[in-house]
Design a protein. Structure first.
Length: 286
């Protein structure tokens, strides 16, 4: 699930909405226009970069009223000017760090994350949802450094990438509610030892890859040590239900399982930038 996938997925969504394919220079703007339609999200995208708001912004109000990310918003208190400035600084530094680690991960974040809600609820994590494309909620932990901010943005950007892919291709042959059945659950690579609905277990497994890659690039081994075995176990469990995946989903599953088997970060770096798996090439926009 790399930059090639992100370009292809967003281009196909744009085509579904507007019946047009944008050129390279117009891809970001066209995607933002496409997801601004009322049937995809309640508020249009504003501006060219990532629009940052806080616990008193319209996205926070919408999420609270709609019960979205209730675990993150619960307990969120008011933030003052200096706190918000500190968050803004860390987000800007995180984007620079993503660029340093992998320009193509930065491209993915820039393309897919349009709105960021930052708040302090004690949840220490982030969230994104299929029914509000472009939106990421982040509750930074008190001990977070810039790499933690960067990994949160990439983590949620990868989820958004998967959500768009599911809209344009479909990942599973069964509806989401059917994947919650006990017999459709699989081991989570992140919530180690827990069995989660198949789609959530698949998402969790995929997002471990860029996070492990990012830490490896920074000489940190925490997540590599934590997830290496759990990712392999999750992949073995996911493969048992391969027939429930669509052809596109099987392709993603195979990529994931190959990484889990070898944990080859040099290959991961090439794969992040690769277009081998995407029918719609970023190079077509060159």
């Amino acid at each position: 699930m790399n930059i090639g996938h992100a370009y292809e997925n967003t281009a196909r969504l744009i085509h579904a909405v507007s019946d047009e394919y944008p050129d390279a220079d117009g891809l970001h703007a066209a995607y933002r226009a496409a997801i601004s339609t009322p049937h995809l999200r309640p508020f249009p995208v504003e501006g060219k970069g990532i629009s940052v708001s806080y616990e008193d912004g319209r996205w926070a109000k919408h999420c609270v009223e709609s019960g979205i990310f209730a675990n993150i918003f619960k307990g969120a208190g008011p933030s003052d000017g200096p706190t918000r400035q500190e968050w803004d600084n860390r987000v800007a530094e995180a984007l620079d760090l993503i660029q340093e680690i992998s320009p193509d991960l930065r491209l993915m974040v820039d393309l897919l994350v349009t709105d960021l809600v930052v708040l302090n609820s004690g949840a220490d994590g982030g969230g994104s949802a299929s029914h509000i494309p472009g939106v990421v909620v982040m509750s930074p932990g008190a001990e977070w450094d810039v790499l933690d901010y960067a990994m949160c943005l990439v983590h949620e950007g990868m989820h958004l990438n998967l959500f768009v892919a599911d809209k344009v291709y479909g990942t599973f042959t069964l509806p989401s509610n059917a994947l919650e059945a006990e017999e459709r659950r699989a081991l989570s690579a992140v919530k180690i030892g827990q069995r989660r609905p198949l789609d959530k277990a698949f998402h969790a497994a995929i997002v471990t890859v860029p996070l492990m890659f990012m830490q490896d690039r920074r000489g940190v081994t925490t997540l590599v040590d934590l997830y290496t075995e759990s990712l392999r176990d999750a992949c073995e469990d996911l493969k048992k239900q391969r027939r429930i995946f669509t052809q596109y989903g099987q392709m993603l599953l195979d990529e994931l399982c190959d990484f889990a088997e070898h944990i080859d970060f040099a290959h991961a770096a090439r794969a992040i930038s690769g277009t081998d798996y995407a029918g719609y090439r970023p190079s077509a926009y060159a």
